[in-house]
Design a binder for this molecule. Structure first.
Ligand code: FAD
Length: 423
């Protein structure tokens, strides 16, 4: 019976769904042994380090990942980085197939003057900071100012703005990283402006997220009724369903009573950022409006949330921030899934059908199985997190959170994570 060995690089949703698709394709005649390689000591990708802490239901998908990880033939190799601890050439030589599922984690730049000033950061740094990603724990976003501007019109921009505009006690029962919770408690920010280049009808927010905003208990959510009615007019009589739902959700926001709370989250549309200005740090953002005028917002923090590109891996070609591929095929016995393949769009579930399609191609391409492989002997680090090490970390984090009514308290440094794993 052929037993194929597949290495999946990246333990985010796309990696797990690729593993699940292979598990589902198994028959009495066809078996897979799956080795999942992850650079962090923790799996789950953006479900751990991206999804907003105040949206815990979204993170329950991790239960599905754990079921996949505890099925026969699956092994986790955490704290192992492709390109550092093992090379792509070695993986390709030893495995029947290699699946790249490394996501896209670098923030896109606006490319405007002042973007490098202190006080200007990307959501690609701010989000992993509040979510306890080990590589971002030492960031110190400037929360010592009254106003923050978030540039972008998608759900990441909305997550970032919400995290800044929530009353910090609302985050007490979440898994927000302890250092971020502390900083947000001391934050002086009371107004957060989300700024979109185009009109409400073009925004990439999704309507469930918009519909949640009027439920915020301690934050005014402000959207101009005239912006929404002009967008409704521009969208015409029969806009697409998503646009219609979004505009309806926005209309409800624009009708909210204002000024009740100390904290405000305000939407601004049709403004293109031209320059971040200030003396050695961000003090204001200059915009061009669609009416051809200039507009200035004074602020001490500006966060860009305008998309992500993939960090290039040696031996792989990239185009527009994504791995160059044909329907997921990258080269001989090499495949790509998830955000590394498609770019940063779609929800967690989008990665499932996408990975299943690519795994069908992978199976169709299979030839004679290669001899068995002992991955540990090929890895240059001796601190490898197995599934059982990860289960110890997971249990310790959950236990630490329990007395505080939190789903978990995240360990943040690699050293602490390895210690909790028993290494
Ligand atoms: C801020 C934010 C909030 C989001 N919120 C939601 C939400 O509420 N609901 C929703 O449905 N979707 C949400 N998404 C989208 C969702 O997170 C993505 O669709 C999904 O995570 C993409 O999966 P992926 O596996 O391709 O990438 P990732 O989740 O990024 O996983 C990639 C993994 O690869 C690892 N890796 C990278 N390089 C290497 C290497 N060289 N060697 C080994 N491992 C490596 C990374 O550490 C990571 O664990 C959000 C995204 C972001 C950015």
């Amino acid at each position: 019976m052929p037993q194929y060995k597949v290495a999946i690089v990246g333990a985010g949703p796309a990696g797990y769904f690729a593993a699940q698709a292979l598990q589902n394709l198994q028959t009495d005649e066809l078996k897979f042994s799956i080795d999942m390689i992850e650079r962090l000591p923790t799996p789950w990708g953006l479900v751990r380090s991206g999804v907003a802490p105040d949206h815990p239901k979204i993170k329950t998908v991790a239960k599905v990942f754990e079921k996949i990880a505890t099925s026969d033939g699956f092994s986790l190799y955490g704290n192992v980085e492709l390109g550092t601890d093992i090379s792509l050439d070695v993986l390709k030589a030893k495995y029947d197939a290699v699946v790249i599922a490394t996501g896209s984690a670098t923030g896109k730049k606006l490319g405007i003057l002042g973007e490098e000033l202190p006080g200007s950061i990307s959501a690609a740094e701010f989000v992993p900071w509040y979510n306890g990603h080990p590589d971002f724990a030492n960031h110190e976003p400037n929360l010592d100012c009254d106003t923050a501007v978030v540039i972008g019109a998608g759900n990441v921009a909305m997550d970032v703005a919400r995290m800044l505009a929530l009353e910090p006690s609302e985050l007490d029962a979440t898994d927000t990283a302890t250092h971020a919770l502390e900083a947000l408690r001391n934050s002086k920010i009371r107004k957060v402006v989300i700024s979109a280049r185009r009109g409400p009808e073009h925004a990439a927010f999704t309507s469930p997220e918009l519909r949640d905003l009027p439920k915020l208990e301690y934050t005014n959510v402000v959207m101009s009724a005239s912006d929404v009615s002009a967008a409704l007019e521009r969208a015409g009589a029969e806009p697409e369903k998503e646009v219609r739902n979004n505009l309806e959700a926005m209309r409800l926001i624009s009708e909210l009573e204002q000024g009740k709370h100390a904290r405000t989250m305000e939407f601004q549309f049709l403004c293109t950022p031209k320059e971040f200005r200030g003396n050695g740090k961000v003090e204001e953002v200059l915009f061009n409006t669609s009416a051809g005028e200039e507009k200035v917002i004074k602020c001490g923090l500006v966060i860009t949330a305008i998309g992500y590109v993939a960090e290039p891996l040696a031996g792989i070609s990239y185009e527009k921030g994504k791995v160059l591929n044909a329907e997921g095929r990258v080269g001989e016995n090499l495949y790509v899934v998830g955000w590394a393949k498609r770019g940063p769009s779609g929800v967690i579930g989008t990665n499932k059908s996408d990975a299943a399609d690519v795994m069908n191609l992978l199976v169709a391409d299979m030839k004679e199985p290669k001899p068995s492989v002992d991955l540990i002997s090929l890895i240059t680090t001796n601190k490898v997190i197995s599934q059982s090490h990860w289960e110890s970390i997971n249990a310790a984090e959950i236990a630490a959170g329990e007395p505080h009514g939190k789903p978990r308290i995240k360990a943040v440094s690699r050293e602490e994570l390895l210690r909790l794993g028993g290494l």
